[in-house]
Design a binder for this molecule. Structure first.
Ligand code: DGY
Length: 322
């Protein structure tokens, strides 16, 4: 029997074609997450789902999907899925790590350069017709090269950021549970979070979101940063207490922020929208055609492997078999 596979939202590349080779695919071609009741209806007959990070796969939903055997998330992060609930129901969960590291690191640097060199503001100034003459004091930003970059979380994306930092002649400090050989070979130095916050000109977040990283950056930690420092977040919104960040920006506790991910995205904290020296992007860290196609293909390949009787290569809950 061919498995019934649901793809919840439009995805690029050849992933859907690949899935059609092995199963009967229901491909929802409308963008945007479904309300819970409609998602449950869509998934009720499914053996497998290829979903996005905006699809909430929780205990309540899983109780309505009795046939479901694998949830393949098209994202490295999988905090949209209740993995414990899936494991309890013997459902495999997979993600798409690695393929998005370089593009996310590129965007991290776009945010660093964008906010510190005031790129959006400068372009808006030009386009609004205000540019009357070259001025020695116009739109002065902050140097990026040769500064100290603090990388919170030295996983694959953190390492890709550290590699780029080297070309900018930056000193790199990082936090991680253990010394990271690749990072050390790039000249990065492992420190504790307090030291990183105190010493960094730029603090860039690259940890997964979970109970331990919820509001890791809160008012107290923002106050530990230098008033001239910038915060960059391409990880998950809830790693930062957004209200505290907005207040820190308005009060000049830190100099600025470049943010790609938000606590209640697409809703943005109103005080963040009005904060000075802040560059805000709509969660586009991995948004290149090449990377998103590779992520979709990786998610599909996990489903293909599963129905071929193999362990999905990016299985996040091996305990589901227990
Ligand atoms: C992820 O994969 O977790 C990113 O946030 C989206 O690419």
């Amino acid at each position: 029997m061919r498995p019934k596979i649901v793809v919840t939202q439009p995805i690029p590349g050849d992933a859907v074609a690949r899935l059609r080779q092995i199963g009967d695919v229901t491909y929802r071609t409308t963008d945007g997450p479904l309300p819970a009741a409609e998602l449950s209806q869509l998934l009720a007959p499914a053996d497998a789902v290829l979903c996005l990070l905006t699809d909430r796969i929780d205990e309540v939903l899983l109780a309505t999907t009795p046939r479901l055997k694998i949830v393949a998330n098209m994202a490295a992060g999988y905090n949209n899925i209740d993995v414990a609930a899936a494991s309890a129901r013997k459902i495999a969960v997979t993600n798409t790590p690695g393929v998005l590291s370089e593009s996310t690191a590129d965007l991290t640097f776009a945010l660093i350069l964008g906010v510190m060199r005031r790129i959006s503001e400068s372009e808006a100034f030009l386009r609004s017709g205000q540019w009357a003459y070259w001025s020695a004091t116009l739109l002065l930003g902050s140097e990026v090269h040769s500064r100290t970059l603090g990388i919170v979380g030295m996983g694959r994306i953190g390492t890709a950021v550290a590699r780029r930092a080297r070309a900018f002649n930056m000193r790199v400090v990082y936090t991680a549970r253990s010394v990271h050989a690749d990072a050390e070979s790039l000249g990065a130095e492992r420190v504790d979070l307090d030291t990183l916050l105190a010493q960094s000109d730029i603090v860039s977040l690259h940890v997964p979101y979970n109970a331990a990283t919820h509001h890791l950056i809160n008012a107290q930690r923002l106050a530990q940063m230098q008033p001239s420092a910038f915060l960059i977040n391409t990880a998950r919104g809830s790693v930062v207490d957004e209200a505290a960040l907005a207040e820190a920006l308005h009060r000049g506790i830190i100099a600025g922020a470049g943010i790609d991910v938000f606590e209640a995205e697409p809703t943005i904290h109103p005080q963040l929208l009005s904060a000075p020296n802040t560059l805000l992007l709509p969660h586009i860290g991995s948004a290149t055609l090449q990377t998103r196609s590779a992520m979709a293909r990786m998610a599909a390949d996990n489903i293909v492997a599963f129905f071929a009787g193999n362990r999905p290569p990016q299985l996040v809950n091996p305990e589901y078999l227990a």
